[in-house]
Design a protein around this ligand. Sequence first.
Ligand code: HAM
Length: 481
Amino acid sequence: MMTIKKKPVKAKKEKILPKRERDGKEIPKPEAAETAAPEVARPKGKTYSRLRGMHDLLPKDEPYLKQLDRAARELAEFFQFGRIELPLLEEAALFTRTLGRGTDVVEKEMYVFVDRDGTRVALRPEFTAGLVRAFIEHGMWNNPQPVKLWCQGPLFRHDRPQAGRYRQFHQVDFETFGVRDPAVDAELITVGYSWFAAVGLPVEIRVNTLGTPAERERYVSELLGYYRSKRSYLCEDCRARLGKNPLRLLDCKEPQCAPVREGAPQLLDWVGEGSKRYFMKTLEFLDELALPYTLSPYLVRGLDYYTDIVFEFYYAPPAAPAGGESLPETAQSALGGGGRYDLLVEELGGRPTPGAGFALGVERTILALKRQAEATGQPSGSHPPELFFAHLGEDAKRRTLKILQDLRPAGFRVAFNFGKNALKHQLEIANSLKVPLVLILGQKEVQDETVIVRDMESGMQEIVGQAKLVNMLKKKLGREQ
Ligand code: HAM
């Protein structure tokens, strides 16, 4: 388990006792690694860099972010999911208890530290556990069921950094509580699929069922028997998984383990009739909705709370080779995933309440969108400017700002550059932006309350009264209803 080095602050004995001490509970002692490392003095002039695995989302990513955000909001509104905001910090035990002790997230990836009051806290590595905590804490079983919630924001996992895998990343998450019905699962898969469709990304849905915990337990002992007999063929990680989390053996991406997996027993053969029936019904819904899914007998997900159906979304570039083997790892990693977790609310002390949901990875989706744009030559989500506003002189600069204010409500996308004063330089920028029209405002136009409108293709120029500019541009850019 990853720990943040943090020196615990001693509580003053008589006055401010840590809450847990006041409650008569034992304060967990920080482990050695949790004591703070001394801050190293930085030589003057030395700059700071991002922490390893952290990344900045830059203005060039904004068109993608906006598109993804808009799609999530519209889907949430249409399918009637209520927005919820959760804290970044939760009690660490919330995650260790729900995600499972043998999982990578809990074993290696959580950012855990002891807070000033002695509470062991974690930066949230995922949303579901926090959402279940909030569902119980706010007594949401009293609300009309199902309770449909969605949220988005940053999460933290101390993962091995690589393209598409960061230590701080973002998800969009949708959950439905209170109803166990294949229609609910199909609705969730539809919402996820529609999110990708809304931003123009082709995806494939992979589905499997994990059955009930008892059924899974029987399967795991069969699986272990099989994998132990192949131990010498396995990668080092998989050998470790034999003792910790055998289901994750099926998830290994190492080529040396692939042939072993080919011969492994399949979960679907081990689940009971009830689980199979439920799964088949969900698939019937997906067929009805004509969603492109494939059965993925080795899909197990990396978290322990799932029961029944699990699913993941993968980028499916039109020209991908069968199976996607030759795609880079980023394309083979899931863009999102989820499933049903009917025992989780009860496990966390709430009334037995079924639940299901999924989360979509924002960074991985942006990477896929960029790859898609490279492949098709069509930048996705970007809205290039259609006008460039050039100014000549200080008065014109001031008036430009005023005219820009008039153009904004009409929805024009206007570029300008107050850092360049020469018309020649400004026209060069306009050329590079490939705008069809340039507006030019000089001293004379300021006085006459006019603007020169230049057609960049023909080079023709017209003088237009500033009051008539919006209507004239609407006509020229084909915006008239
Ligand atoms: P997950 O599969 O762990 O599921 O994460 C969902 C998505 O988050 C992944 O498919 C991926 O796109 C993105 N993701 C995960 N880790 C990273 C990382 N280190 N860097 C970049 N992106 C990452 C969950 O989190 C479950 N809570 C989903 C869920 C909701 N199940 C039921 N409800």
